[in-house]
Design a binder for this molecule. Sequence first.
Ligand SMILES: C[S@@+](CC[C@H](N)C(=O)[O-])C[C@H]1O[C@@H](n2cnc3c(N)ncnc32)[C@H](O)[C@@H]1O
Length: 215
Amino acid sequence: MVLSKRLKSIAGLIYRTDNVIDIGCDHAKLGIYLVKNKILNYLLVSDVNQNAIENGIKNIKKNKLEKKIDARLGYGLEVIDVHTDTAVISGLGTNTIIKILSNPNLKQIKKLIIQANNDHFLLRRFMVLKGFYISHESVVYEKGHYYINIVFLRGKRKYTLKELRYGPILMYANKDYFDFLLKKKHAILDNIPKYKFWTRIKHHKDAIYLKKLTK
Ligand SMILES: C[S@@+](CC[C@H](N)C(=O)[O-])C[C@H]1O[C@@H](n2cnc3c(N)ncnc32)[C@H](O)[C@@H]1O
């Protein structure tokens, strides 16, 4: 089984001591990789969709890992065990992730590894309000897409709005990604009519800041 570069980058953020649930596991490929590569001896994987979890269970059985990967049907943090302390969430939008994490069971989670599809500002702000800080950020490029990994750990730290928007670690770490964002911003600017003066100014200011991050 070949794991995508995107999912392999998540595997690299998981330690042997983490007690993991992969929420929204779908095919369960990440869990299978983690156990087969001896990164974890056991983990939970879950999905809210019956077909998805059945697909995952089929793959787990194919790899004879039923004793090491516990697959559960259910919504987000609802299905965790008492000792689960680390959650992986990848391939979901920030609004869904926020719904999943707005659950009392979040109190027992110490580490979150999130690869959200969108709105990283909202995600960072939400997590900081929930009492987490950002311990790691990285960008993975695969098949024309940039994916952002963020690891949140328990603890208080203050961030500026710019840090929440561009990533307190990312903004110093990946020029190619900001170059990509800058090109996107220029394309947006090209499509804003001249009479929308203030909208142009706002996007122009963003472009100036993004330019700084590409240097
Ligand atoms: C796009 S797939 C991503 C699969 C995998 N995590 C990855 O990154 O390749 C998203 C999966 O999350 C599941 N999902 C969506 N909302 C969920 C929730 N609230 N709780 C558990 N799973 C959820 C979907 O059913 C789907 O299988």
